[in-house]
Design a protein around this ligand. Sequence first.
Ligand code: MN9
Length: 290
Amino acid sequence: MMKNYKGVYSALMTPFKADGSVDFDALKRLADFCIDSGLSGLYVGGSTGEGFLLTEEERMEVFHVVGKHMAGKCNLFAHVGAISTDSAIRMAKVAEESGFDAVSAVAPFYYSFPLEAIKTYYSDIMHATSLPMLMYNFPNAGGFNGMLDVVNSFIDDEKLLGIKHTSQNLFELEMFKHLKRELVVFNGFDEMLVAGLSMGADGGIGSTYNFMPKIILDIYNNFNAGDIRAAQKAQEKANRIIEAMMPYGVFQMEKEILKNLGVPVGECRKPFLPLSDEGRAKAKEIAASL
Ligand code: MN9
């Protein structure tokens, strides 16, 4: 019997110390904060986790620490996506050893690899460990728009768990679900969670879940209870916060809000810029409103 992966997951942030190194104690505290708040699980080392600003060794250590600390407490997805297949496989093996439920990967980027190369990348990662694959569809960042094709080519492969769909194209989300009902599809843009759920998503994975899990759960639980109006209301509340954050940089704001909530996680890594004073004041205001 397959585990139930439906639900809401924070795209776990990676905390840094003042000297720039990964703060593993803060990482454990943030993971606890998310799960104690009622979220279903953690998506580790993705965009929000500043995965591409970490070395391969740091990404592995993050899996190791989170896997050990959260063992048996929640569902765990490890983002192992990389431009190099071998690197992704090395990280997938560590995710497996660390007790993760599944790996996830963004398509390889930068070189505009042909579709066949991208399919082979996924096949190589999926068959390097016992873990199933949650494909990470994020066309805006990777420039790759062919995920429907990729998913279709693995449709009978039991190693394909589902898709994290970070795109405004919710018709495509619905088409993933239509390809195979058993695929677990997650909505990736927090500001559209209620819309993603309406189009068939099984849950969501997002960055703002780190600091406003209660509002996210309000959207998700009300939707599942059939109270769409209440779900919309909670979405409106979330969106006013997200809208206020956007001019200053979403990740920097999230880290600053967490600091104000008593869960310090440091700042983002360069080349992210430090938050402006105006952003800091806004973050304080948002934290107080929660
Ligand atoms: O995957 C996140 N995506 C990115 C999830 O950060 C690229 C989202 O949670 C967004 O940060 C959020 C704000 O746009 O929806």
